[in-house]
Design a protein around this ligand. Structure first.
Ligand code: MG
Length: 405
């Protein structure tokens, strides 16, 4: 039986995520760059920037010359992988076969999920809407539906943004004949030139070219080219989603400190961050680990297990603080604090019978929605007002003003 494979590709991904997070950037030509903008290349361009001629991998200098109104904005890899984990978890609700191909591309094998291509299209529409609802209106994707990964990927390229393109088994050859050789994932410039020198410029010519000669020229890759020209590819969709064993963050303080209040603030920030990720990935934890690194780089690590699984930031903080009160060596200043939650299981916290607790949880839900949409600095606890976490691997975000060069 023919398989039904989806390839989902986010449109102008990094730029869309930034436009979603910051309304100021919407509708404007935007280029996402590396850290050092002047010496960087465009990692992603918004739809508006693409219309004005800006292309991915262009130097920022060149891009600015072509499009002087281009806003350059440094990329935030952690933000992107967070959104990626969000849509990946939507996908895995529909199938166990979700293969992350890159940060903004996934293959899904829906052969066991849907009966036919019509159902696959309906599901693709649902998935597209759910991504928008969860990650924001600006996060759009193009979807290809086909009997294998190769053709599905080629399909998703057809309509951007927001397209759904389907090619069923019977139409694969007809579809291939409308594409260029280099459109196929696996045929680069060099291969295209070598094929050209053999007089092969179209899929039809490649199909008719004797297999032996192809193998002579390209070795085993020749078989792949021959099969591809016939629209054949049986590589499976491999599930790349692994369940995490723990979720944690650490933070290096801007100055070493002996001030317990400062440690408390840092730990509370870490707890909120870890709890947010737990809830988003649908986990509750039954163990908290705390790491303290002192100014002399000695490290203390302790953990505590508890009976009631939780994904509540304040709860994690309370347990973590108990650990610190018990184990902190007050004779040495602290340099880094880390907190992680482990013994994870899928599920929600127990329904509480207490009205106050239920209120806190419903507030938490609303805050999560705000945070998911506007980023991790969209809200903070009153006790943390004025506490600025620097943007580091710990994942705290400081407000970033867009810059024009
Ligand atoms: Mg993309």
């Amino acid at each position: 039986m023919s398989r039904i494979i989806l390839h989902i590709d986010m449109n102008s991904y990094f730029a869309s995520v930034e436009q979603q997070a910051n309304p100021f950037l919407r509708g404007k030509p935007l280029g996402i760059t590396g850290k050092h903008q002047e010496r960087s290349v465009i990692a992603a361009a918004s739809i508006e920037a693409k219309k004005l001629g800006v292309k991915t991998a262009m130097s920022t200098w060149e891009a600015k010359r072509i499009c002087p109104s281009l806003i350059l904005y440094p990329g935030d890899p952690e933000k992107y992988s967070y959104i990626t984990s969000q849509f990946n978890s939507i996908f895995s609700e529909y199938t166990n076969y979700v293969e992350q191909f890159s940060i903004d591309e996934c293959f899904l094998d829906l052969s066991k999920t849907v009966a036919d291509y019509l159902e696959a299209i309906v599901l693709a529409q649902t998935i597209r809407e759910r991504i928008k609802k969860t990650c924001g209106e600006k996060i759009t994707c193009s979807i290809g539906i086909a009997p294998n990964k190769l053709i599905a990927k080629l399909c998703s390229e057809q309509v951007k943004p927001n397209g759904i393109t389907t090619v069923c088994k019977q139409n694969v050859l007809k579809f291939l004949d409308t594409c260029k050789l280099r459109d196929l994932c696996g045929i680069g410039n060099r291969i295209e030139n070598r094929l050209g020198s053999l007089g092969i410029n179209t899929f039809d010519q490649l199909r008719k070219f004797p297999l032996e000669k192809l193998v002579n020229e390209f070795n085993s890759y020749g078989y792949w080219l021959h099969e591809s020209a016939h629209g054949l590819n049986d590589s499976p969709v491999i599930n790349t989603r692994e369940e995490p064993k723990s979720i944690g963050h650490s933070y290096t303080l801007s100055e070493n400190t002996e001030d317990k209040n400062e440690m408390k603030n840092c730990l509370l920030g870490l707890s909120d961050r870890v709890a947010w990720r737990l809830r988003n990935e649908g986990f509750v934890a039954r163990c908290v680990h705390v790491i303290i690194r002192y100014s002399d780089f000695t490290t203390m690590a302790q953990q505590q297990t508890f009976t009631e699984p939780t994904s509540n930031g304040l709860m994690l903080f309370k347990i973590a603080w108990q650990i610190i009160e018990k184990w902190l060596d007050v004779s040495k200043p602290v340099r880094l604090l880390g907190l992680s939650a482990s013994t994870l299981s899928k599920g929600n916290e127990y329904q509480s019978l207490f009205k106050k607790e239920r209120k806190v949880r419903s507030l938490q839900k609303s805050l999560d929605k705000i945070q998911n949409r506007y980023g991790s600095d969209a809200w903070t606890r009153a006790s943390l007002i004025g506490v600025h976490f620097k943007k580091r691997s710990s994942g705290f975000h400081s407000p970033n003003s867009p810059s024009t060069m």
